[in-house]
Design a protein around this ligand. Structure first.
Ligand SMILES: C[S@@+](CC[C@H](N)C(=O)[O-])C[C@H]1O[C@@H](n2cnc3c(N)ncnc32)[C@H](O)[C@@H]1O
Length: 230
């Protein structure tokens, strides 16, 4: 089921990274512009999800495979994470893009899973405090105008004895790949509203979250986190 919250989808300021220039500093995109860009990409992302799974599936499985109870998937997109969540998990997915949510709905059907999907801004979640046993999110903080606000929202809605799990991307450890990412970062941001070289560890640290485990893979591009809410 897909629904829209009653609260306004508000605009937040651009986030500056400590290393490198934030491509959003040229012209920060609003939540509405990012939503419009994902309306355009929803079909493409759905069709090429198998490539994403090939590259990131093992990281998602390791980070998300043991969560339990009521699980919130923040910026669930086309629902790529769903297959990596245990079948016992009670899935709630939110995303800003109705087009991405429509694909996520199909994903639930294809997987034969139940779940509730809602259109919502990750930076201003319409859930009460301590609502979820686990909050998961993948490849998402790079697209939030204010990723620190979104991470603090994830912590707010997670139970104190719950867990927050992230699979994020950033600048590669491999020089030529990193240089290519830097070279393309403005164009990539303009196209997809994604900060390709944002360093996820910096953003998580800036949000003041308590990381209990973090790992890096895929030539340094993928960083995953287990976070304990305070
Ligand atoms: C790169 S996709 C990742 C989707 C999915 N988590 C995955 O791993 O495939 C980023 C997603 O973030 C969503 N998004 C961007 N800004 C958002 C916001 N402020 N609130 C909620 N979702 C947002 C986009 O609509 C898109 O579905």
């Amino acid at each position: 089921m897909t629904s829209t919250p009653s609260s306004d989808l508000t605009e937040h300021s651009s986030h500056e990274t400590a290393t490198g220039r934030d491509p959003a500093s040229n012209r920060p995109m609003s939540v509405e512009e990012i939503q419009a860009s994902y309306a355009e990409y929803a079909d493409l992302m759905h069709r090429f999800e198998w490539v994403d799974r090939l590259l990131t599936g093992r990281y998602r499985r390791r980070r998300f495979g043991d969560v339990t109870g009521r699980v919130l998937d923040v910026a669930c997109g086309t629902g790529t994470n769903f297959r990596y969540l245990p079948t016992t998990a009670d899935i709630v997915g939110i995303d800003i893009s109705p087009e991405m949510l429509a694909k996520a709905e199909r994903q639930l059907d294809d997987l034969g899973r139940d779940g509730r999907l809602e259109r919502m801004d990750a930076q201003d979640l319409a859930f009460e405090d301590d609502r979820f046993d686990a909050v998961v999110s993948a490849l998402s903080t790079c697209t939030f105008p204010d990723p620190v606000a979104a991470l603090r929202e994830m912590e707010r809605v997670c139970k104190p004895d719950g867990t927050i799990r992230l699979v994020e991307h950033g600048r590669s450890d491999v020089g030529p790949i990193a240089r290519y990412q830097e070279w393309r970062s403005d164009a990539h941001y303009e196209q997809a509203g994604c900060r390709w070289t944002q360093e996820p560890r910096e953003v998580v640290a800036e949000a003041g979250l308590s990381v209990t485990d973090t790992r890096t893979g895929l030539l340094g591009i993928v960083t995953t986190f287990e976070i304990e809410p305070r």
